[in-house]
Design a protein. Sequence first.
Length: 343
Amino acid sequence: MTKPLLRALARETLPVPPVWMMRQAGRYLPEYRATRERAGDFLSLCYNPELATEVTLQPIRRFGFDAAILFADILLVPQALGADLWFVTGEGPRLSTVTGPEDFARLKPAAEVHATLAPIYETVRNLAGALPPEVALIGFAGAPWTVATYMIAGRGTPDQAPAHRLIAEDRSTFEALIDVLTAATIEYLSAQVEAGAEVVKIFDSWAGSLRGDDFDRYAVAPARTITAALKARHPGLPVIAFPREAGQNYIGFHAATGADCVAVDDSVEAEWVAERIQPDGCVQGNLASRHMVSGGPELDAEVRRIRDALSGGPHVFNLGHGITPDADPDNVARMIDTLRENA
Ligand code: CP3
Protein backbone atom coordinates (compact mmCIF):
# COMPACT_ATOMS: atom_id res chain seq x y z
CA MET A 1 0.00 0.00 0.00
CA THR A 2 1.92 2.99 -1.21
CA LYS A 3 -0.63 5.76 -1.69
CA PRO A 4 0.16 8.37 0.99
CA LEU A 5 -3.51 8.97 1.84
CA LEU A 6 -4.14 5.26 2.48
CA ARG A 7 -0.99 5.03 4.60
CA ALA A 8 -2.11 7.93 6.81
CA LEU A 9 -5.60 6.46 7.16
CA ALA A 10 -3.96 3.19 8.25
CA ARG A 11 -2.43 5.24 11.10
CA GLU A 12 1.03 5.68 9.67
CA THR A 13 2.82 8.90 10.70
CA LEU A 14 4.34 10.27 7.51
CA PRO A 15 7.16 12.85 7.22
CA VAL A 16 4.86 14.99 5.03
CA PRO A 17 1.10 14.57 5.45
CA PRO A 18 -0.97 13.80 2.35
CA VAL A 19 -3.07 16.76 1.24
CA TRP A 20 -6.38 17.43 -0.52
CA MET A 21 -9.06 20.11 -0.13
CA MET A 22 -12.81 20.03 0.42
CA ARG A 23 -14.53 21.48 -2.71
CA GLN A 24 -11.20 21.26 -4.55
CA ALA A 25 -13.18 21.02 -7.80
CA GLY A 26 -15.16 24.23 -7.63
CA ARG A 27 -15.91 27.73 -8.76
CA TYR A 28 -12.53 29.25 -7.76
CA LEU A 29 -11.08 27.37 -10.77
CA PRO A 30 -11.67 28.89 -14.23
CA GLU A 31 -11.54 25.42 -15.82
CA TYR A 32 -14.35 24.28 -13.47
CA ARG A 33 -16.52 27.25 -14.43
CA ALA A 34 -15.93 26.50 -18.13
CA THR A 35 -16.91 22.83 -17.74
CA ARG A 36 -20.00 23.69 -15.69
CA GLU A 37 -20.99 26.05 -18.49
CA ARG A 38 -20.69 23.18 -20.98
CA ALA A 39 -22.85 20.97 -18.73
CA GLY A 40 -25.52 23.71 -18.48
CA ASP A 41 -25.96 23.78 -14.72
CA PHE A 42 -24.63 22.25 -11.52
CA LEU A 43 -26.95 19.23 -11.32
CA SER A 44 -26.45 18.39 -15.00
CA LEU A 45 -22.72 18.43 -14.29
CA CYS A 46 -23.17 16.01 -11.35
CA TYR A 47 -25.11 13.56 -13.54
CA ASN A 48 -22.79 13.79 -16.57
CA PRO A 49 -20.10 11.11 -16.01
CA GLU A 50 -17.74 12.46 -18.65
CA LEU A 51 -17.80 16.06 -17.40
CA ALA A 52 -17.95 15.10 -13.70
CA THR A 53 -14.82 13.00 -14.28
CA GLU A 54 -13.17 15.97 -15.98
CA VAL A 55 -13.86 18.42 -13.11
CA THR A 56 -12.72 15.86 -10.51
CA LEU A 57 -9.39 15.55 -12.34
CA GLN A 58 -8.83 19.30 -12.86
CA PRO A 59 -7.41 20.07 -9.39
CA ILE A 60 -5.30 16.88 -9.49
CA ARG A 61 -3.64 18.02 -12.72
CA ARG A 62 -3.21 21.61 -11.59
CA PHE A 63 -1.95 21.05 -8.04
CA GLY A 64 -0.85 17.43 -7.56
CA PHE A 65 -3.12 16.59 -4.61
CA ASP A 66 -2.78 13.18 -2.93
CA ALA A 67 -6.50 12.46 -3.28
CA ALA A 68 -9.35 13.08 -5.69
CA ILE A 69 -12.87 13.38 -4.33
CA LEU A 70 -15.73 12.28 -6.53
CA PHE A 71 -17.58 15.28 -7.95
CA ALA A 72 -21.22 15.04 -6.87
CA ASP A 73 -23.36 16.49 -4.07
CA ILE A 74 -24.82 15.27 -0.79
CA LEU A 75 -28.32 16.26 -1.95
CA LEU A 76 -28.42 13.68 -4.76
CA VAL A 77 -29.54 11.07 -2.20
CA PRO A 78 -32.77 12.93 -1.32
CA GLN A 79 -33.37 13.36 -5.03
CA ALA A 80 -32.87 9.60 -5.53
CA LEU A 81 -35.41 9.02 -2.73
CA GLY A 82 -37.93 11.04 -4.73
CA ALA A 83 -37.55 14.60 -3.36
CA ASP A 84 -37.57 17.46 -5.86
CA LEU A 85 -34.20 19.25 -5.96
CA TRP A 86 -33.05 22.40 -7.73
CA PHE A 87 -30.38 25.04 -7.22
CA VAL A 88 -31.11 28.76 -7.22
CA THR A 89 -28.11 30.68 -8.54
CA GLY A 90 -26.49 32.75 -5.83
CA GLU A 91 -28.72 31.25 -3.14
CA GLY A 92 -28.17 27.49 -2.96
CA PRO A 93 -30.29 24.35 -2.92
CA ARG A 94 -34.07 24.05 -2.74
CA LEU A 95 -35.98 20.81 -2.08
CA SER A 96 -39.55 19.67 -1.61
CA THR A 97 -40.04 19.39 2.16
CA VAL A 98 -40.63 16.48 4.55
CA THR A 99 -42.51 17.81 7.56
CA GLY A 100 -44.88 14.97 8.48
CA PRO A 101 -45.85 11.34 7.90
CA GLU A 102 -47.60 12.03 4.55
CA ASP A 103 -44.47 13.57 3.04
CA PHE A 104 -42.37 10.75 4.44
CA ALA A 105 -44.68 8.12 2.95
CA ARG A 106 -44.07 9.51 -0.53
CA LEU A 107 -40.32 8.75 -0.37
CA LYS A 108 -38.99 5.66 -2.12
CA PRO A 109 -37.37 2.76 -0.24
CA ALA A 110 -33.58 2.98 0.21
CA ALA A 111 -32.90 0.05 -2.12
CA GLU A 112 -34.32 2.07 -5.04
CA VAL A 113 -31.74 4.89 -4.99
CA HIS A 114 -29.45 3.18 -7.52
CA ALA A 115 -31.69 3.98 -10.50
CA THR A 116 -31.10 7.73 -10.11
CA LEU A 117 -27.51 7.43 -8.89
CA ALA A 118 -26.18 5.10 -11.63
CA PRO A 119 -24.39 7.97 -13.48
CA ILE A 120 -22.47 8.75 -10.28
CA TYR A 121 -21.18 5.18 -10.15
CA GLU A 122 -20.07 5.55 -13.77
CA THR A 123 -18.09 8.66 -12.81
CA VAL A 124 -16.39 6.66 -10.04
CA ARG A 125 -15.51 3.89 -12.52
CA ASN A 126 -14.07 6.45 -14.95
CA LEU A 127 -11.98 8.00 -12.18
CA ALA A 128 -10.68 4.67 -10.90
CA GLY A 129 -9.22 4.10 -14.36
CA ALA A 130 -7.91 7.63 -14.91
CA LEU A 131 -6.10 8.69 -11.73
CA PRO A 132 -2.30 8.67 -11.37
CA PRO A 133 -1.22 5.60 -9.34
CA GLU A 134 -0.29 7.53 -6.19
CA VAL A 135 -3.59 9.44 -5.99
CA ALA A 136 -6.38 7.91 -3.88
CA LEU A 137 -10.06 8.13 -4.83
CA ILE A 138 -12.51 9.30 -2.15
CA GLY A 139 -16.24 8.65 -2.43
CA PHE A 140 -18.65 10.50 -0.16
CA ALA A 141 -22.16 11.06 1.08
CA GLY A 142 -23.86 13.43 3.48
CA ALA A 143 -24.56 12.16 6.98
CA PRO A 144 -28.25 11.43 7.69
CA TRP A 145 -28.66 14.39 10.07
CA THR A 146 -27.21 16.96 7.67
CA VAL A 147 -29.17 15.62 4.70
CA ALA A 148 -32.33 15.52 6.83
CA THR A 149 -31.90 19.21 7.76
CA TYR A 150 -32.11 20.13 4.06
CA MET A 151 -35.04 17.77 3.40
CA ILE A 152 -37.05 19.10 6.34
CA ALA A 153 -36.42 22.82 5.69
CA GLY A 154 -36.35 22.55 1.90
CA ARG A 155 -33.15 24.63 1.90
CA GLY A 156 -30.03 25.43 3.89
CA THR A 157 -30.70 27.14 7.24
CA PRO A 158 -28.28 28.90 9.59
CA ASP A 159 -29.48 27.08 12.73
CA GLN A 160 -31.37 24.01 11.38
CA ALA A 161 -34.42 25.18 13.32
CA PRO A 162 -37.02 23.30 11.20
CA ALA A 163 -35.24 19.98 11.83
CA HIS A 164 -34.97 20.66 15.56
CA ARG A 165 -38.67 21.54 15.56
CA LEU A 166 -39.55 18.23 13.89
CA ILE A 167 -37.55 16.36 16.56
CA ALA A 168 -39.60 18.16 19.22
CA GLU A 169 -42.99 17.82 17.53
CA ASP A 170 -42.92 14.55 15.58
CA ARG A 171 -39.93 12.49 16.61
CA SER A 172 -41.21 9.33 14.93
CA THR A 173 -41.31 10.94 11.47
CA PHE A 174 -37.89 12.49 12.11
CA GLU A 175 -36.42 9.13 13.14
CA ALA A 176 -38.03 7.36 10.19
CA LEU A 177 -36.30 9.89 7.94
CA ILE A 178 -32.93 9.32 9.66
CA ASP A 179 -33.41 5.56 9.23
CA VAL A 180 -34.21 5.69 5.51
CA LEU A 181 -31.26 8.05 4.96
CA THR A 182 -28.96 5.73 6.90
CA ALA A 183 -30.04 2.77 4.76
CA ALA A 184 -29.80 4.78 1.50
CA THR A 185 -26.34 6.06 2.44
CA ILE A 186 -25.09 2.52 3.02
CA GLU A 187 -26.43 1.51 -0.42
CA TYR A 188 -24.96 4.57 -2.12
CA LEU A 189 -21.50 4.39 -0.55
CA SER A 190 -21.29 0.64 -1.01
CA ALA A 191 -21.99 1.06 -4.74
CA GLN A 192 -19.29 3.76 -4.93
CA VAL A 193 -16.80 1.33 -3.37
CA GLU A 194 -17.82 -1.41 -5.83
CA ALA A 195 -17.20 1.11 -8.63
CA GLY A 196 -13.68 1.88 -7.36
CA ALA A 197 -13.76 4.37 -4.46
CA GLU A 198 -10.93 3.46 -2.05
CA VAL A 199 -12.03 5.61 0.88
CA VAL A 200 -15.39 7.09 1.85
CA LYS A 201 -16.12 10.28 3.71
CA ILE A 202 -19.34 11.09 5.58
CA PHE A 203 -20.06 14.84 5.69
CA ASP A 204 -22.03 15.91 8.77
CA SER A 205 -21.80 19.65 8.14
CA TRP A 206 -24.45 20.55 10.73
CA ALA A 207 -23.41 18.13 13.50
CA GLY A 208 -22.49 21.16 15.61
CA SER A 209 -26.13 22.06 16.19
CA LEU A 210 -26.90 18.72 17.90
CA ARG A 211 -26.59 18.77 21.68
CA GLY A 212 -26.45 16.11 24.39
CA ASP A 213 -28.36 12.92 23.65
CA ASP A 214 -29.34 14.23 20.23
CA PHE A 215 -25.68 14.28 19.20
CA ASP A 216 -25.32 10.62 20.22
CA ARG A 217 -28.59 9.54 18.59
CA TYR A 218 -28.43 11.50 15.34
CA ALA A 219 -24.70 12.15 14.67
CA VAL A 220 -22.84 9.27 16.36
CA ALA A 221 -25.28 6.37 15.92
CA PRO A 222 -25.92 6.77 12.15
CA ALA A 223 -22.18 7.19 11.50
CA ARG A 224 -21.53 4.03 13.50
CA THR A 225 -24.24 2.07 11.64
CA ILE A 226 -23.01 3.22 8.22
CA THR A 227 -19.35 2.55 9.05
CA ALA A 228 -20.06 -0.92 10.43
CA ALA A 229 -22.20 -1.92 7.44
CA LEU A 230 -19.62 -0.69 4.94
CA LYS A 231 -16.74 -2.40 6.71
CA ALA A 232 -18.74 -5.63 6.86
CA ARG A 233 -19.34 -5.49 3.10
CA HIS A 234 -15.87 -4.16 2.22
CA PRO A 235 -13.31 -5.36 4.80
CA GLY A 236 -10.52 -2.85 5.37
CA LEU A 237 -12.34 0.09 3.78
CA PRO A 238 -11.10 3.33 5.39
CA VAL A 239 -13.81 5.74 6.56
CA ILE A 240 -13.42 9.48 7.23
CA ALA A 241 -16.09 11.09 9.42
CA PHE A 242 -16.61 14.86 9.52
CA PRO A 243 -18.90 15.96 12.36
CA ARG A 244 -18.29 19.64 11.63
CA GLU A 245 -18.24 22.02 14.59
CA ALA A 246 -18.62 19.14 17.03
CA GLY A 247 -16.26 20.90 19.48
CA GLN A 248 -15.87 18.78 22.64
CA ASN A 249 -17.85 16.05 20.89
CA TYR A 250 -14.87 15.38 18.61
CA ILE A 251 -13.36 13.65 21.66
CA GLY A 252 -13.99 9.92 21.36
CA PHE A 253 -15.63 10.15 17.92
CA HIS A 254 -13.23 7.60 16.35
CA ALA A 255 -14.04 5.00 18.98
CA ALA A 256 -17.76 5.73 19.11
CA THR A 257 -18.25 5.40 15.33
CA GLY A 258 -15.43 3.11 14.16
CA ALA A 259 -14.18 5.78 11.74
CA ASP A 260 -10.49 5.55 10.82
CA CYS A 261 -10.13 9.30 10.49
CA VAL A 262 -11.98 12.21 12.05
CA ALA A 263 -11.93 15.45 10.07
CA VAL A 264 -11.94 18.62 12.17
CA ASP A 265 -13.03 22.15 11.28
CA ASP A 266 -10.96 25.24 12.09
CA SER A 267 -12.89 26.23 15.23
CA VAL A 268 -10.61 23.87 17.17
CA GLU A 269 -6.86 24.36 17.60
CA ALA A 270 -4.50 21.87 15.96
CA GLU A 271 -2.57 21.62 19.26
CA TRP A 272 -5.78 20.57 21.08
CA VAL A 273 -6.56 18.08 18.30
CA ALA A 274 -3.06 16.57 18.66
CA GLU A 275 -3.62 16.09 22.37
CA ARG A 276 -7.25 15.01 22.51
CA ILE A 277 -8.24 13.45 19.15
CA GLN A 278 -5.15 12.23 17.30
CA PRO A 279 -4.21 9.57 19.91
CA ASP A 280 -7.40 7.74 18.78
CA GLY A 281 -6.51 7.65 15.07
CA CYS A 282 -5.89 9.70 11.97
CA VAL A 283 -7.11 13.30 11.91
CA GLN A 284 -7.82 15.52 8.92
CA GLY A 285 -7.74 19.32 8.76
CA ASN A 286 -7.80 22.14 9.62
CA LEU A 287 -6.59 25.28 7.85
CA ALA A 288 -9.17 28.09 7.78
CA SER A 289 -10.50 28.54 4.22
CA ARG A 290 -10.00 32.30 4.38
CA HIS A 291 -6.23 31.78 3.94
CA MET A 292 -7.00 30.60 0.42
CA VAL A 293 -8.35 34.09 -0.21
CA SER A 294 -5.81 36.18 1.71
CA GLY A 295 -2.59 34.16 1.19
CA GLY A 296 0.74 35.77 2.10
CA PRO A 297 3.11 34.95 4.97
CA GLU A 298 0.16 34.35 7.29
CA LEU A 299 -0.86 31.40 5.09
CA ASP A 300 2.66 29.95 5.26
CA ALA A 301 2.77 30.37 9.04
CA GLU A 302 -0.60 28.65 9.52
CA VAL A 303 0.33 25.74 7.23
CA ARG A 304 3.56 25.19 9.22
CA ARG A 305 1.82 25.54 12.59
CA ILE A 306 -0.85 22.95 11.75
CA ARG A 307 1.60 20.58 10.05
CA ASP A 308 4.01 20.74 13.00
CA ALA A 309 1.31 20.49 15.68
CA LEU A 310 0.00 17.27 14.10
CA SER A 311 3.37 15.81 13.03
CA GLY A 312 3.46 13.33 15.92
CA GLY A 313 0.67 11.13 14.54
CA PRO A 314 -1.35 10.26 11.45
CA HIS A 315 -2.59 13.41 9.69
CA VAL A 316 -4.24 14.32 6.41
CA PHE A 317 -3.78 18.00 5.66
CA ASN A 318 -6.98 19.78 4.54
CA LEU A 319 -9.02 22.90 5.11
CA GLY A 320 -11.48 23.18 8.01
CA HIS A 321 -14.35 23.47 5.47
CA GLY A 322 -14.72 23.88 1.70
CA ILE A 323 -12.67 26.31 -0.36
CA THR A 324 -14.75 29.36 -1.30
CA PRO A 325 -15.39 30.72 -4.83
CA ASP A 326 -13.35 33.89 -4.11
CA ALA A 327 -10.16 31.89 -3.34
CA ASP A 328 -7.02 32.49 -5.42
CA PRO A 329 -5.68 29.29 -7.05
CA ASP A 330 -2.11 30.60 -6.50
CA ASN A 331 -2.71 30.35 -2.75
CA VAL A 332 -3.58 26.66 -3.14
CA ALA A 333 -0.25 26.04 -4.88
CA ARG A 334 1.49 28.05 -2.15
CA MET A 335 -0.18 25.97 0.59
CA ILE A 336 1.07 22.73 -0.99
CA ASP A 337 4.60 24.10 -1.56
CA THR A 338 4.86 25.23 2.06
CA LEU A 339 3.48 21.94 3.36
CA ARG A 340 6.04 19.95 1.35
CA GLU A 341 8.97 22.39 1.80
CA ASN A 342 11.27 19.97 3.62
CA ALA A 343 10.39 16.87 1.59
O1 CP3 B 1 -15.41 18.41 -2.16
C1 CP3 B 1 -15.56 18.26 -3.39
O2 CP3 B 1 -14.91 18.89 -4.24
C2 CP3 B 1 -16.54 17.21 -3.88
C3 CP3 B 1 -17.81 17.70 -4.33
C4 CP3 B 1 -18.77 18.23 -3.30
C5 CP3 B 1 -19.71 19.25 -3.61
N1 CP3 B 1 -20.55 19.39 -2.53
C6 CP3 B 1 -19.78 20.00 -4.86
C7 CP3 B 1 -20.54 21.27 -4.89
C8 CP3 B 1 -19.01 17.81 -2.00
C9 CP3 B 1 -18.26 16.81 -1.15
C10 CP3 B 1 -20.14 18.54 -1.54
C11 CP3 B 1 -20.74 18.34 -0.21
C12 CP3 B 1 -21.86 19.16 0.20
N2 CP3 B 1 -22.87 19.66 -0.56
C13 CP3 B 1 -22.11 19.50 1.54
C14 CP3 B 1 -21.30 19.05 2.73
C15 CP3 B 1 -20.02 19.77 2.86
C16 CP3 B 1 -20.14 21.21 3.21
O3 CP3 B 1 -19.75 22.03 2.39
O4 CP3 B 1 -20.62 21.50 4.33
C17 CP3 B 1 -23.28 20.28 1.57
C18 CP3 B 1 -23.90 20.89 2.80
C19 CP3 B 1 -23.76 20.36 0.24
C20 CP3 B 1 -25.01 21.01 -0.22
C21 CP3 B 1 -24.72 22.11 -1.15
N3 CP3 B 1 -24.24 21.93 -2.42
C22 CP3 B 1 -24.89 23.49 -0.93
C23 CP3 B 1 -25.38 24.09 0.38
C24 CP3 B 1 -24.50 24.13 -2.09
C25 CP3 B 1 -24.63 25.58 -2.40
C26 CP3 B 1 -23.66 26.39 -1.65
C27 CP3 B 1 -22.52 26.78 -2.54
O5 CP3 B 1 -21.37 26.55 -2.17
O6 CP3 B 1 -22.82 27.37 -3.60
C28 CP3 B 1 -24.05 23.15 -3.00
C29 CP3 B 1 -23.52 23.37 -4.34
C30 CP3 B 1 -22.20 22.76 -4.67
N4 CP3 B 1 -21.79 21.50 -4.36
C31 CP3 B 1 -21.16 23.39 -5.43
C32 CP3 B 1 -20.13 22.45 -5.57
C33 CP3 B 1 -18.85 22.61 -6.34
C34 CP3 B 1 -21.25 24.77 -6.04
C35 CP3 B 1 -22.25 24.69 -7.15
C36 CP3 B 1 -21.89 25.46 -8.38
O7 CP3 B 1 -20.93 25.09 -9.10
O8 CP3 B 1 -22.62 26.43 -8.63
